[in-house]
Each structure stands twice: as C-alpha cells, then as structure tokens.
Design a protein around this ligand. Structure first.
Ligand code: CA
Length: 338
C-alpha cells in the first residue's frame, strides 16, 4: 500500500510485473458522505526493469481525446511485449473529468495551475502534489494529453517548454519529434517560471523529467482524426522510450513555432458575438482584421473591429461565438525553424 504525503493511497504495487487496473483513494468527507473518498483510476503495466513512461489525460476534464486514447491503450496492453513500465492516469483531475469541466466542481481548482500542489490542501492541490512528488519521480518520460477544451479551438500540436540544452530541451524536443505531430509549439522559459510553473510542465522541470504535452481536439467534443493522432503519438513515445518495439511512425517534418510575446494575443474588450476572420493554421499579417464583435441586441450599432498586431500562424481562437470582455479571441505563433 502506497501512502503519500498528500493523503492519497493506492494498492497498486508499481514494482510488480503485470497489468494492474486499480485506483487512487483520496479521503473526501462531505455532508453527503461522511467518510467518503474520491476513487480515481490508475493503471500500472510493467515487464521487468526498464524505462517508465507516465501518461496523463483529464488534467482538464472537458478534454476527451487523451482520456479515451489512454483507456484504449490500457485495455490493449500486452505486458509480455513490453520492456519497462507504463503508468496511466486517464482522468488526472478526476472530479473535473467526471463533471466534464475544465476545473474541479469540488474546489474550483484548475489542476494545470495547481502545481507543485499542497499535501494538506484542496483535492485539486493534493492531486497535483501526488502527481509531482509521487508519480513523476518514478517516470523517465512524462506525457500530458490535452485538447483546447470547451472554449479554445486549438491547432493540433505537440507542446514543449523552451530553454537551454542544459535544461533538457533537446530531450524534450526528441520526445516531441517521436510523438509525430506535424506542428510543435515551444513555450518560453519565462512562461515556464510563471504560468507553466504551476502547470504540469513546471512540475516536470522541477523533477527534471523530459515532458511533452499535446493539444489534440477542442470544443468539448471528440474529433476522430485527433484521437488517431493521439493514439499514434502515444505508441510512438513508448517506442522512443524503448518500452514498445519498433520505430516511431513520423510521417513528415515537424514544424516548430513559438508563441511567447504579448503581441501574439488578441483579447475581447467587450461582450458580444465574435465573427472570426481567420481559421486555425491560417497565416496573418500585422494589422489584418482578426474579426468583428457584433451586438445584435442593438442592431444599429457597428461591430467592434479587432486587429492582429503582428504576423503569425493562428494556433488558437475562441471556440464559442458568444464572447465576454477578457476572453482570448486569438493566439498566434511564429515559425522558428530549429
Ligand atoms: Ca488543456
């Protein structure tokens, strides 16, 4: 029995050979269930000594490709064909994933803003603490499967944190290449310290583990081609790690893009219905019209016009038409060949 500082326990013996479907237990005492627990799925598959890959999905609960790809993988694993270990967390922020929400309905927690977590904190903070301090140290590679969720349309991408070679950048980039997604987004090290520091990439940087995320699909739905890309990417990573036999299937050159500067973003300054002028993957010029904010409740009012400040490739746009002041309307990235 593993008893972590976070209060999470599990009967999984991560050092045992074989395929084990079990649960993480986190005490959660409520009016409705005095001695209740959150019972969260985890899978461990091991065949002898060798590398370990930690595969996570459901970090944001309204992102489904990874959750399905990982449960499909777990059922299909033949441990006799493996060397090493795979640890699978298909619904990382379990309460959020169960509710189909980005954040946890129990505490409002966004798991990907909760690292390094708090072992005496809210459920989301305890889960973050367990992932960073108990699961990541067991892993040689960490993969966190995302999509854009309910509100952001995302160009299918693999994501790595930038940084000097000494910080493991080349290992992350090799993992991203192995994943086999045609586009790779590199987020800068300054973001790694601030925003990403509280995300899973920051946790992996602290634990010195090669880490990639993937952004496959969006809109709170499931896209077949993104699920395929996700499933192929996972197999490729397991081959890259040497756990599966064979060579990663990577069909074409990987394009590398950076999205760090403030000028990459366009934000809504008013509520309204946003008409986008560009689609994901489009190239835009500085000053070009990004879209129009309409106000059908006042039909005589002219729509607000939004512009791009710089040139780039559209990697995100707001998914719902109904925009609120402060919503991100667009995000650009700039190609940077490596
Ligand atoms: Ca996400």
């Amino acid at each position: 029995m593993l008893r972590s500082h976070s209060g999470i326990t599990t009967r999984v013996d991560f050092s045992a050979d074989g395929l084990c479907f079990d649960y993480l237990h986190l005490p959660h005492s409520t009016h409705e269930s005095a001695y209740g627990r959150l019972i969260m799925p985890i899978v461990s598959a091991r065949n002898g000594d060798g590398p370990t890959v930690l595969l996570m999905a459901g970090n944001h609960g309204d992102e489904y490709e990874g959750q399905i790809a990982l449960s499909k993988l777990a059922r299909a694993l033949d441990v006799r064909q493996m060397s090493g270990r795979v640890i699978i967390l298909p619904m990382a922020n379990f309460p959020a994933a169960k509710a189909g929400k980005r954040t946890s309905p129990l505490d409002g927690g966004n798991l990907n803003r909760s690292f390094p977590g708090n072992p005496r904190g809210t459920p989301t903070e305890r889960i973050a603490h367990f992932i960073e301090h108990d699961l990541m140290p067991m892993a040689d590679y960490v993969v966190d499967l995302h999509s854009g969720g309910s509100t952001i349309a995302y160009m299918p991408s693999v994501v790595v944190v930038g940084g000097p070679e000494t910080d493991g950048f080349q290992a992350r980039l090799a993992l991203a290449r192995a994943f086999g997604c045609p586009d790779c987004l590199i987020f800068g090290t300054d973001r790694a310290v601030t925003h990403l520091g509280s995300g899973a990439p920051g946790a992996a940087l602290r634990m010195k583990r090669p880490f990639i995320a993937a952004e496959l699909g969006y809109g709170g739905t499931l896209q077949h081609e993104c699920l395929e890309l996700c499933e192929r990417g996972i197999r490729n990573v397991l081959m890259h790690a040497g756990i599966f036999r064979g060579q990663p299937e990577t069909s074409r050159r990987m394009r590398t893009l950076r999205s760090d500067s403030e000028e990459c973003f366009v934000y809504a300054l008013e509520d309204g219905l946003f008409e986008p002028a560009f689609s994901l993957g489009d190239a835009v010029d500085p000053g070009s019209i990004a879209g129009w904010m309409h106000h059908p409740e006042s039909p005589s009012r002219e729509p607000g016009e939004y512009h791009f400040e710089r040139a780039g490739i559209v990697i995100n746009r707001l998914f719902p038409a109904a925009a609120r002041r402060g919503d991100m309307l667009y995000r650009l990235a700039v190609e940077e060949p490596l």
